[in-house]
Design a protein around this ligand. Structure first.
Ligand SMILES: [Mn+2]
Length: 351
């Protein structure tokens, strides 16, 4: 098979397909999109990977002469807004679908699109995702739990199918991969991820420019909120668990918005000896939690599962109904149990 010519004139020399198991399903999915309008839907409170995947897929569909647009119940977070420039992106609720073919990206299940959007969702044609808990819900389920990002799957599939990846598509995919791999530092960072990343750079993605746009446009209000979460950090469970939280009033008092909390959970993870970091947002009548571990044997998806959530082995989340004072002792008990059991198992990975 021929590989797309890259910017510097080199040709991809790796003739092995990146996603041989998904390649024909992806082609079939796009075949069904021919002559149709396609809505590429992401999850509520989207991250870089979600927006990157929405943008990249819309752009490639358009390049294949398929009318496509992106829809999200939430607005695009400021730090990744630059990648969506020029792409038709609709948000707000309720979104009314009118006969479009629907593809969900980066959504572990249909409820991730948000409660308002979910009510109106028609039959789902495609499901492209990398969450372990994704059990499939579409005509075409393209799920690879071992992948670092939905953008990694898309980048690989675009190459496998010889679809055109231009500079802005490469930029969107790069943004998705760097945000979901913690700048290529999480355990999901494989050789394949780096190979695909190299390809994206050859197609025009600029690592330095994108890093500046994502990480160096902080607001003072976010820093003020960060100050509070650092101040509240508690380390328990013999130094293995760090948790912190923000309260509803913190947002009003600092001027920060809900979307500006992205990445706060990682400060706990960066402490020496801490295996599990938890970050909570206390809302009226509920606790929203984000969990991270640097070691996939700790199974954050299982810990989140105790509180009605899910996700990946290293990164998971949940929304729990009730007060923080009821929640915290239960959480601490569940986390300590998980830490003890995982350590006891000699940290063997199960697949
Ligand atoms: Mn993702």
């Amino acid at each position: 098979m021929t590989r797309p010519k890259s910017r510097d004139g080199a040709t991809e020399t790796n003739l092995i397909m990146y996603f041989p198991g998904l390649h024909s399903a992806f082609k079939e999915l796009l075949l069904q999109c021919r002559g149709q309008k396609v809505a590429v839907v992401g999850h509520r409170r989207p991250d870089g990977d979600c927006i990157g995947a929405q943008v990249a897929l819309v752009r490639v569909l358009q390049a294949l002469n398929i009318e496509a647009f992106a829809v999200n119940e939430s607005i695009i977070p400021k730090r990744v807004n630059f990648i969506a420039e020029g792409v038709p992106f609709y948000h707000g609720a309720p979104w009314v679908f009118s006969g479009e073919k629907v593809i969900l990206v980066d959504c572990s299940d249909v409820s991730r699109v948000g409660p308002e959007m979910e009510k109106n969702l028609p039959e789902i044609l495609g499901n492209i995702d990398h969450h372990r808990s994704n059990e499939g819900f579409a005509t075409f389920d393209l799920v690879k739990a071992q992948s670092s990002a939905t953008c990694e799957i898309l980048a690989g599939l675009f190459i496998d199918c010889d679809f055109p990846v231009d500079e802005l598509t490469a930029q969107a995919l790069w943004a998705g991969i760097v945000t979901d791999t913690g700048n290529f530092t999480y355990p999901s960072t494989t050789g394949q991820v780096l190979q695909l990343a190299a390809y994206l750079v050859r197609m025009g993605a600029s690592p330095s420019k994108i890093a500046q746009l994502i990480y160096e446009r902080e607001s003072l209000s976010r820093m003020k909120l960060l100050q509070r979460i650092l101040d509240r950090m508690e380390v328990v469970a013999g130094g293995l668990l760090c948790y912190t939280w923000v309260e509803e009033d913190d947002f009003a008092e600092t001027g920060a918005t809900y979307e500006e909390t992205e990445g706060f959970v990682n400060y706990g993870r960066s402490l020496d000896g801490v295996e599990v970091a938890a970050y909570f947002e206390i809302r009226e009548g509920e606790v929203k939690g984000s969990l991270r571990s640097g070691d996939e044997t700790f199974r954050m998806d299982m810990l989140a599962g105790n509180f009605g959530g899910g996700g990946h082995a290293c990164a998971a989340g949940f929304t729990w109904k009730g007060s923080f004072s009821e929640f915290l002792p239960q959480f601490q008990e569940a986390a300590e149990k998980l830490l003890a059991e995982t350590k006891g198992e000699g940290q063997e990975e199960e697949f």
